[in-house]
Structure formats: structure tokens, C-alpha cells
Design a protein around this ligand. Structure first.
Ligand code: ASP
Ligand code: MG
Length: 473
């Protein structure tokens, strides 16, 4: 099968003249080794600018105030076009495209200013970051003599459900649509330049895949083409890849060069924020090769390669990861033992309030449930429970501890191996760290626990020494 490289260029690859020129160097390096597809994010910072615009407009502004602010975003793109596109006809064409798109955005102002904000209009607006950058980037490549073609994912490329803000792809549909749409360009060696982050529902509504969703778009495209090509998805990032610990706390932290999909998903989940956690699921199903490379040192011999097998020969534990700041909410009281469905109630109240849970533990005596949320949601989580009909009674107490940290010891090697949990907790005892709550996923890929924030550095250093430097001995 012929090679197909799918590059994901994020906002920091589309930041300025120098970074855009860098993408061309990367392209030249790979162009003779197979087909190429590029999936792009919005220009650096633009998604945040659009969110600011939405918030500004819904905050008791007039239509003309909203329009003025929108003009700032338009000018930002106009400047990119005038600095980056040199051929006159291409420049004219891009400016026309820009005018049309901003007319569409402007038409939403009355709704933004006068009506309640809903997730549907928000997704519609947020898609414009990628809609603009991807088009302009495709013109930039044409301007530089490459054969490139812009594809917008709402042109039936990425079909999703209607979970606005965090939509999920409907893979069966995508699997037939994408090859159909891209085949002719690929056959002619034209580079498809595909917008990341958004898709479209079956009834034609624009949806987004969650912040950082362009990673997800890239592996979705890879998924759909994996029967035809030997696909490799390369995420061009600001770092060489995944690290074995947060270097802020452990100076020996090193690059994890080979890791399995399962391990990488754990690392992505626990706050390293380098890749979108769901993008790996899609790649894993079809066993697509995934690599993280440093955009600022693109041809360096080091990177993180993610495969099914990972590297069994390395240490049992691949990484110690952390979420530095969490709040822990505990609901306790004997009354819980006789109240079936308490856990379901807790989690549905939290879910309805859009609060994400990153840790759950329940004691078998059933008189308490503990869960962790990010520190910014801590007060709110406690309040919505305390004010609810169900929990706001004197039989149950709700306790919120802020200033907590979550630590996870991650490695597929712990499966079916005895003594890892014992070693984790004896190490913590040795370095004088008190463990407040514990959870282990039944997949045995991680052991997770909560400690006081002030113990975090001690805990990481101790575990790192035992498991990564001394490989558990
Ligand atoms: N532009 C979107 C964001 O900033 C998607 C992405 O960058 O992947 O979240
Ligand atoms: Mg981005």
C-alpha cells in the first residue's frame, strides 16, 4: 500500500511568517515519500478571539459594539492575507472569501445580542476559525507553487452526532464519504487541506469536536483512508512528545519514545494536554501509526511513536502524571446505605451542570462517595449538590477540599503483575506523603490517588525514582 502522511498543524504552526515557512520545509521533506493530507487548526489564538467575541456580544452590548469587535478579527485575517499571499489574483480571491465569511458571521449578531446563547450558534461561530485558516493556508500553498485544495469538513466529510461543543463522529458514514471526496485529488497528487475541529450533523448543523479537536479530525481522516493507504498521522507540536513526568516537578523527566495506544490515552487523559484524548481511539481501532514531532525541530531523531504494542521492554511504569489542582468532593452519611441510586443522582446533578469529573472512589461501607473535579469547578460542584433537593438535607454532609492533587502512575506493564500497587504506596509512605483517596481502573493501566497539593513534588520525585529510574526495584 502506498504511504499517506496526514499532518496536523495546530495554531502555533500557523502563527507567523516563519512558522508558515516552516510548514513548507516539512512538506518538502515528506513530499516524495507518499501522499500528503494536511489538517489545520485556526490561526494562533483565533478560537479564543471568537469565544471572546461571543461573550462580549452576549453581555448586554449593542449590535454595533459587537460588529466593531468582529471587525478586529476580520482585520487580523486580512493582515495575514496581505503578508503571506503574494500573487495578485490569489490575494483578491482570498479577500473575497474573507468578506463572504464575515458577512455570514455578521448575520448572527442580532441573535447573539438579543437572544439567549445556545450551543448551536456557538459551534457555528467557532467553526470560522478553521474555516478561515484552512482556506487561507491552502491559498498560501498554491501561492508557493504546490498543488493544494481546500476541503471544508462540513461538506459531508466529517458527519457527527449533535452533541454541540463535544460532538462525536459517525464513523460508518465518514468511512464512505471521505474516500469519495478526497480520492480524485489524491490520485492527482493534489494535497487536500482539510479544516480541523468541526464537522456537520446529519441534518446539516455545524458541530465542534471539543477544544483541541483538530487532533481528532486528523485521526478521523486517517481512519477513513486506512483501507486504501498505509496511513501515518503526524501531530506537529511544540514539544518532542509525551514526557515521563512533569519537568516542573521532576528534573529527570524524559521523552517517552515508544508507547502503546492504551498508555498514551492515559497520559492524554491525565492532563498532559498534548493530544486530544479521543483522537487515539480512532487511530487505535484501525491500528494507524501515530507520531508526535516537534514543529520547531522537525527533523530531530527523537519523537514519540504510538503503536499497538508500545515498548514492552522498557520499564513497567512509563510515566507519572498529575493534575496539579483538583477539588475533592465527599458526600457522607449513614443515610446513604439505605438510599439506592445515590451515586447516579450525584453524577447526574454534576453532569447537568457541565462539570467534568476526573476521579471517583466509593468506600464499600457505602457511607461515602468521593470524587474529584478541576479546582475551578470545586465551589460550584459543592454548591449545586448542597442546593439540590436530594442532597440538601441534614442526613448527608457535603465536604469540599480544595488544594488537592491527583497523581496517576501509568504503564501497561502493571497488568497481571503483582506488587505494583504495594510498591506505589510503600514509596509514598517512605517519602512521608499521606494518601487521601485511591482508585484503580479495572483496565489496570493506572493507579490513581489523591494527595494534598503541598505533597505533590515529594510524591512525584519518590515515585519517579522508584519506578522510572530504578524500574521498580
Ligand atoms: N481551534 C480549536 C481550539 O483552539 C481546535 C484546535 O486547535 O484543535 O480548540
Ligand atoms: Mg488551537
Amino acid at each position: 500500500m502506498e504511504h499517506l502522511f496526514i499532518f496536523k498543524f495546530g495554531g502555533s504552526c500557523l502563527k507567523n511568517k516563519q512558522s508558515m515557512e516552516n510548514t513548507i520545509q516539512i512538506l518538502d521533506h515528506y513530499i516524495n515519500n507518499g501522499k500528503i493530507i494536511i489538517v489545520t487548526s485556526a490561526f494562533y489564538g483565533v478560537t479564543d478571539k471568537l469565544i471572546d467575541w461571543i461573550n462580549y456580544s452576549t453581555d448586554l452590548r449593542t449590535e454595533s459594539e459587537s460588529e466593531n469587535k468582529l471587525l478586529g478579527i476580520k482585520d487580523f485575517h486580512k493582515e495575514i492575507i496581505s503578508n503571506m499571499i503574494s500573487k495578485k489574483d490569489l490575494k483578491t480571491e482570498s479577500l473575497k472569501y474573507l468578506d463572504e465569511r464575515f458577512k455570514e458571521l455578521k448575520s448572527k449578531i442580532p441573535e447573539l445580542v438579543h437572544e439567549n446563547l445556545n450551543k448551536e450558534i456557538k459551534d457555528f461561530i467557532l467553526s470560522y476559525g478553521e474555516r478561515l485558516s484552512t482556506y487561507i493556508y491552502s491559498i498560501y500553498l498554491l501561492d508557493n507553487g504546490y498543488k493544494a485544495q481546500f476541503f471544508s469538513t462540513d461538506d459531508d466529510l466529517i458527519i457527527t452526532n449533535k452533541f454541540f461543543g463535544n460532538a462525536l463522529p459517525i464513523l460508518e458514514k465518514i468511512e464512505t464519504n471521505i474516500p469519495l471526496k478526497l480520492r480524485s485529488a489524491l490520485d492527482k497528487n493534489i494535497i487536500p487541506i482539510i479544516s480541523g475541529y468541526y464537522g456537520v450533523s446529519e441534518d446539516g448543523k455545524i458541530t465542534t469536536l471539543g477544544r483541541g479537536g483538530t487532533d481528532f479530525s486528523a485521526t478521523i481522516v486517517g481512519y477513513a483512508l486506512s483501507e486504501i493507504y498505509d496511513v501515518k498521522v503526524i501531530f506537529w507540536k511544540d514539544v518532542y512528545g509525551l514526557l515521563s513526568a512533569n519537568p516542573k516537578f521532576e528534573c529527570h523527566a524524559k521523552l517517552v519514545e515508544r508507547v502503546s495506544f492504551k498508555e498514551a490515552k492515559e497520559l492524554a487523559f491525565f492532563g498532559s494536554k498534548i493530544i486530544h484524548p479521543l483522537c487515539l481511539n480512532t487511530a487505535e481501532i484501525k491500528d494507524i501509526k501515530v507520531e508526535l514531532r516537534n514543529f520547531n525541530d522537525p527533523f530531530a531523531p527523537k519523537s514519540t511513536i504510538i503503536t499497538k504494542q508500545g515498548n514492552e521492554h522498557e520499564s513497567v511504569i512509563k510515566a507519572i502524571t498529575t493534575i496539579e489542582k483538583i477539588s475533592m468532593i465527599t458526600i457522607e452519611g449513614e443515610a446513604m446505605v439505605s438510599l439506592p441510586g445515590t451515586a447516579a443522582k450525584v453524577f447526574s446533578i454534576i453532569g447537568e451542570n457541565d462539570i467534568n469529573i476526573n476521579f471517583i472512589s466509593q468506600s464499600s461501607s457505602e457511607n461515602n462517595i468521593t470524587f474529584g473535579v478541576s479546582q475551578k469547578d470545586g465551589f460550584r460542584a459543592g454548591n449545586v449538590l448542597a442546593n439540590s433537593k436530594y442532597f440538601g438535607n441534614r442526613w448527608l454532609q457535603i465536604k469540599v477540599d480544595h488544594e488537592m492533587s491527583l497523581v496517576a502512575v501509568v504503564g501497561e506493564g502493571m497488568q497481571h503483575r503483582k506488587g505494583i500497587a504495594g510498591k506505589v504506596f510503600s514509596t509514598l509512605g517512605d517519602v512521608d506523603v499521606n494518601v487521601v483517596a485511591i482508585a484503580q481502573g479495572s483496565s489496570e493501566l493506572n493507579i490513581t490517588f489523591v494527595i494534598d497539593q503541598e505533597d505533590l513534588e515529594k510524591a512525584i520525585k519518590g515515585l519517579y525514582h522508584t519506578f522510572i529510574i530504578n524500574n521498580g526495584h
